[in-house]
Ligand binder design. Structure first.
Ligand code: SF4
Length: 273
């Protein structure tokens, strides 16, 4: 049986959980979302600010003032901080300064707004829904940014030390899913990629763009198969957590710091609820 949390659509985020740890997908579907973190709050505040600028550019052809974009970021960020029990060792003021800028130091948010000025938006935060043959659940998602020259880009705020590599972009399931969405909307994709918005509080702000050729028809077919397999597994497992494999304990995200369900997972001494 398909749970209500999946019935309206399977998303790339479901697939990401599945790839990282199928038990995380069980928690997400049957026990509620992962607890909020400063990393997630920063990402959503940053997305809200970029979207605010991009939608204006889509509608008028002109960028917002940087001060207006920073206001959107700051108000979302500050509101998000109020929901947190802990900032997990991250200094929230320093992180905010790294993103908005401080004194003569540029912030990563003004840098991304300037760097994307060369691209003419065609679709911004565009939702899509794609039916899959043989299952009742569509693939749904929202495309961050698609430019009129066929450029598909996702925006990622990187607070940790690691910046994704070319290999990560070549294999990104998220970008493959977005391309599937664009194909379903009748768009032709010429390049896929991410803007890595560097926001580590102890390093310089910056923006790195990593791109890759569009996915092949075979890769898109593979992604459809993957979504189909996930939905079929969830249906057959019928909510039984014992049927969902746990990730290897050697994986860095399987621990109290990175897995928001650690305290509920038997691996962390909790129990499924
Ligand atoms: S604690 Fe480890 S095994 Fe349990 S849900 Fe999290 S990542 Fe998976």
């Amino acid at each position: 049986m398909i749970p209500d949390t999946l019935r309206s659509g399977v998303r790339q985020s479901h697939a990401n959980l599945w790839h990282r740890c199928p038990t995380q997908l069980w928690f997400y579907l049957y026990s509620g979302p992962m607890k909020p973190s400063i990393y997630r709050i920063t990402g959503s505040a940053g997305h809200a600010a970029i979207e605010f600028d991009m939608i204006h550019r889509l509608e008028t052809g002109e960028s917002r003032k940087i001060s207006e974009v920073l206001d959107i970021f700051t108000s979302n960020y500050d509101a998000g901080l109020l929901t947190l029990d802990s900032t997990e060792g991250v200094d929230p003021k320093r992180l905010r300064d790294r993103i908005t800028g401080y004194g003569n130091e540029p912030g990563s948010l003004p840098l991304i707004i300037r760097q994307t000025a060369r691209l003419t938006p065609k679709l911004v935060e565009k939702p899509f829904s794609l039916d899959i043959e043989g299952i009742d659940v569509p693939i749904v998602g929202t495309i961050d940014f698609f430019a009129s020259d066929g450029t598909l880009r996702d925006f990622k705020f990187r607070i940790g030390a690691r910046t994704p590599t070319q290999n990560d972009i070549d294999r990104s399931f998220q970008l493959t899913t977005y391309q599937l969405g664009l194909v379903s909307l009748g768009e032709h994709v010429r390049t896929v990629g991410e803007f890595e918005i560097l926001a580590n509080p102890s390093k310089s702000a910056g923006v790195v763009e990593i791109s890759a050729p569009p996915r092949s028809d075979r890769e898109l077919e593979g992604a459809l198969d993957e979504f189909t397999s996930i939905v079929r597994f969830v249906d057959l497992a019928n909510g039984d957590p014992g049927l969902y494999p746990k990730t290897s304990p050697q994986n860095w995200w399987c621990g109290e710091k990175w897995c928001g369900w650690w305290n509920k997972c038997p691996r962390g001494g909790g129990k499924y609820e």
